[in-house]
Each structure stands twice: as structure tokens, then as C-alpha cells.
Design a protein around this ligand. Structure first.
Ligand code: ARG
Length: 458
């Protein structure tokens, strides 16, 4: 049973069950390095305000660095009776600098302290995740470049629609993940605000130079309202929203890889080193990585939902409920980072079965739109052309043939505008190359997209 900082007001010791119930050390110990950075900056700010001497600040900084060393070397002891990482560090600091440690908490509350630690953590994690996303964007660009000319069916409703380049499909994911990176960059702007100096909720009577603290900790700005600074966690909500959207994108490529690696599709082979087998069926090779990533998306959505629910209707300012912000936040960080990392490792090893994807693009009437476009070029209004080709498809289905396998005479039965030159227009290559509007699947467009991607993430 340790002394509590609030002992003065209390006539009973805290119940052990209450200590265990209220303790957050198992989770917030991960914030130790930010807590120490924050306390170092606070010591310097107190000295600048004349509340500590420079010598006292130096001593505190030395003591705090010693504690950091102890934590990093694994000799630090944790206990529920000290509740959280803030009290652990202050308690240990007193064994190094004695009574001076008691001065560190001047002009500070755990409310602005924990807001600071969490912002520093989220700021770091945004940077790390942006790094992973950059790696992933490069991996998609590499894959697009490697299979630049491979044709595959493009789908809507998971029904074959029109041929596309596999590289175009990969660059679609590049776009999604590069927007995810931009979203985290944007989130970072609102995370990057110093809350320290807000104290418990109303600000402090001490003349703290908050701009100086912000400079020491590398923050771009200082919070403008003390009550907001200690009581909002919208920067976590925003971070988790970015994480949830990113997981949605990962779940989509995952679903596609699961489908494409099935015997029914056989579009891609996943690397053996990234699959597992079955304990009973010797022939099995399962796409565990995409499956798990697909599943883990739900976990990150859960974090976002938990956090929204946690903050909903909370009165200002700090409420203890908010201690529950860290488990969902940290779980989402770990999950997103692990998923991005494994994808960066797996993607370069995916093998595309070109002959199968190309054959698939040649069957299933994927050239019906192009045949309608052909008729439009010959002067027929599109709606009418759509009807003509629809009838031709119905006929071809009956004949068990593709449109381009019908004889010219058979095609001319549907429209006299059809001539010999229809056949090249119906070839897969022609269909791809004609889609030249900006953002379309022509080989030239995809090459340009890859060049833009290389510029963005060199
Ligand atoms: N462990 C607490 C949290 O994470 C620190 C702040 C505690 N503040 C308080 N007034 N009890 O929110």
C-alpha cells in the first residue's frame, strides 16, 4: 500500500480491489517515453518561469533520464498501487532526486499530462503508419510495373464487365492507400497541438511559457482552450477513423486475393511462405494472411466504435471514463501496423497467372460495350446500339459463342452497319488501348500513373 498523492483529504486507505480496478499501468506503461519527454519539457518550462532553479531543472532531467534507462533495461518495477505511468515515474524519480521530485508536478495535472502523452504517442504512430503506407504504395506500384501488360476481366457485381489491365487494378489500390496516407497527414495537423499548461481544466496560476514547452516538444501550436485540451479526444477519434478506412481498403484487396487464389479463379498464386496448410487435408494451401487482415478490419472498426461510444455525452471536462481510450487506440495501432507490414512483405511475392487472367478476359461478352460503341461510331444512338448488342448477346449465348466468334453475316442480321472492321474493335487489346480518357485503363495511362506514383513516393 503506497502513499497516494491525494492522501490529505482521505481518512481511509484505498481498497486493494479499487487499486486493481482503477489501475491503468498495464496499458499506459507504453507511454513512458512520452511521459518522460513531457516531464523534461515541463521541468525546463518551470525553470524558465522561475519556479525551479536551472540547477533543479537539470537534476530533474537527469533523474528522469535515469528512470527512462531503468524502464528500457527492464529493471523498473510496476505496481497497481501506483495506478498509472505518471505516478510510477514520479515515484521512481524521488528515489533518484529525493524531495525535489515533489516539485515536478507544480502547474500540472495528470489531466493535461495524459492528454499530452497520448498526443505524443498518436503523433509518433501517425508518422510510423504513413511510413508503412508509403511502403505499401510502392509495393503496389512495383507490382503494377511488373505485370504492366497483363490483361484481366474487370468486374462489377463480381460479374465480368470489361477487360482491364491488372496493373490498372493494382494502381486503384495505390490511389486508395495514398489517400489513406494523406488522411493520416491531415490528422497529424490536429494531433500536433500542445495541451500541457491546461492543468486540471482551468489553466494555471503560474506564468508558464507554453510556446516554449511546445517548441521543446516539437508541437506546431498550443491549445487555445484549457477545458477542450484536457477533455476532448477527437484526435483519437480522427486517428481511428483514418485507421478504419485504411482497414476497409486492406479488407478489399484481401477479399480479392482470397477469391483470386481459389481454384475457381486461379488468377494469382500466393507465396507458400505466406500461406498455411490444413491439419487434416494434405492438399490445402490457405490464404491466411488476407483472411486474417479481412478479419482484423472488424477489430479496428470495434476500436472506433468503442471510442465514439466512450466520448458520447461526456460532460466537460476530464472524466475518468476517458482512461478507457488507450486500449482501443493501442490495439488499433498494433493491428493496422501489423497488417500493413505483412502486406508490404507479401505483395512483391504474388504471382499472376497471366494466361488464365487473359483467357478469362476473352470470355463472357466483355466486348459488348465496345460493340455498342462501334455502332455509335457508325452513327447509331447509344441506347439503340445497346439494344442491338443485347439481342446479339442473347443470340450468341444460344449458339454458345462469343460475339467475336459469330460470322459477319450473323452479326449483320442485328445491324447492317456492322462490317468486317468490327472484329479488331472487339479484340481485348483494342478495348484496353481505346480507354484513353484520363484515369482509364489504356497502357499509356497506366504507365503515366506509375510515373506519377514514382514521383510521389520515390
Ligand atoms: N490514468 C488516467 C487516464 O488515463 C490519467 C489521468 C487521471 N486523472 C485523474 N483526474 N484521475 O485518464
Amino acid at each position: 500500500m503506497s502513499q497516494k498523492p491525494w492522501d490529505g483529504r482521505f481518512s481511509e486507505q484505498t481498497d486493494r480491489a479499487v487499486e486493481a480496478f482503477t489501475s491503468s499501468i498495464a496499458v499506459d506503461r507504453r507511454l513512458y517515453t512520452y511521459d518522460i519527454d513531457g516531464s523534461i519539457a515541463h521541468s525546463r518550462t518551470l525553470a524558465r518561469a522561475g519556479i525551479l532553479t536551472e540547477k533543479e531543472a537539470d537534476e530533474l532531467v537527469f533523474g528522469l533520464e535515469t528512470v527512462r534507462g531503468e524502464i528500457e533495461s527492464g529493471t523498473f518495477e510496476y505496481s497497481d498501487s501506483l495506478e498509472d505511468i505518471h505516478m510510477h515515474i514520479e515515484d521512481r524519480l524521488s528515489t533518484h532526486v529525493g524531495g525535489l521530485a515533489k516539485k515536478l508536478h507544480t502547474a500540472r495535472s495528470r489531466n493535461d499530462q495524459v492528454a499530452l502523452d497520448t498526443r505524443l504517442y498518436v503523433r509518433d504512430q501517425c508518422g510510423k503508419i504513413i511510413g508503412h503506407l508509403t511502403g505499401l504504395c510502392k509495393a503496389f506500384t512495383d507490382l503494377a510495373e511488373k505485370y504492366i501488360d497483363v490483361v484481366m476481366p474487370g468486374y462489377t457485381h463480381l460479374q465480368r464487365a470489361q477487360p482491364v489491365l491488372f496493373s490498372h487494378h493494382m494502381m486503384a489500390y495505390f490511389e486508395m492507400f495514398s489517400r489513406d496516407a494523406a488522411r493520416f497527414e491531415d490528422c497529424l495537423k490536429r494531433v500536433d497541438v500542445l495541451p500541457l499548461g491546461s492543468a486540471a481544466l482551468a489553466g494555471t496560476t503560474y506564468p508558464l511559457d507554453r510556446a516554449y514547452t511546445a517548441e521543446l516538444l516539437g508541437f506546431s501550436s498550443v491549445s487555445d482552450n484549457s477545458m477542450d485540451a484536457v477533455s476532448d479526444r477527437d484526435f483519437i477519434l480522427e486517428f481511428l477513423s483514418c485507421a478504419a478506412i485504411c482497414m476497409t481498403h486492406l479488407s478489399r484487396i484481401s477479399e480479392e486475393l482470397v477469391i483470386w487464389s481459389s481454384a475457381e479463379f486461379a488468377f494469382v498464386d500466393l507465396p507458400d511462405a505466406f500461406c498455411t496448410g490444413s491439419s487434416i487435408m494434405p492438399q490445402k494451401k490457405n490464404p491466411d494472411i488476407p483472411e486474417l487482415v479481412r478479419g482484423k478490419a472488424g477489430r479496428v472498426f470495434g476500436s472506433l466504435t468503442a471510442m465514439l461510444t466512450l466520448m458520447k455525452s461526456l460532460p466537460l471536462a476530464y472524466n475518468r471514463d476517458m482512461q478507457e481510450d488507450k486500449p482501443p487506440l493501442m490495439d488499433a495501432v498494433d493491428t493496422v501496423r501489423a497488417c500493413l507490414d505483412i502486406y508490404i512483405r507479401m505483395l512483391p511475392k504474388i504471382v499472376v497467372n497471366q494466361s488464365i487472367t487473359e483467357a478469362a478476359a476473352g470470355r463472357g461478352y466483355l466486348n459488348a460495350t465496345d460493340m455498342a460503341d462501334y455502332l455509335v461510331e457508325k452513327g447509331m444512338p447509344f441506347r439503340e446500339a445497346h439494344g442491338v448488342v443485347g439481342k446479339a448477346v442473347a443470340y450468341a449465348l444460344g449458339e454458345k459463342k462469343e460475339l467475336h466468334e459469330l460470322a459477319l453475316d450473323e452479326l449483320r442480321f442485328f445491324s447492317g452497319l456492322i462490317e468486317e472492321d468490327v472484329f479488331p474493335a472487339l479484340s481485348v487489346r483494342k478495348m484496353i488501348d481505346r480507354r484513353t480518357t484520363h484515369g482509364g485503363t489504356s497502357a499509356k495511362n497506366v504507365a503515366d500513373a506509375i510515373a506519377r506514383a514514382r514521383k510521389r513516393f520515390p
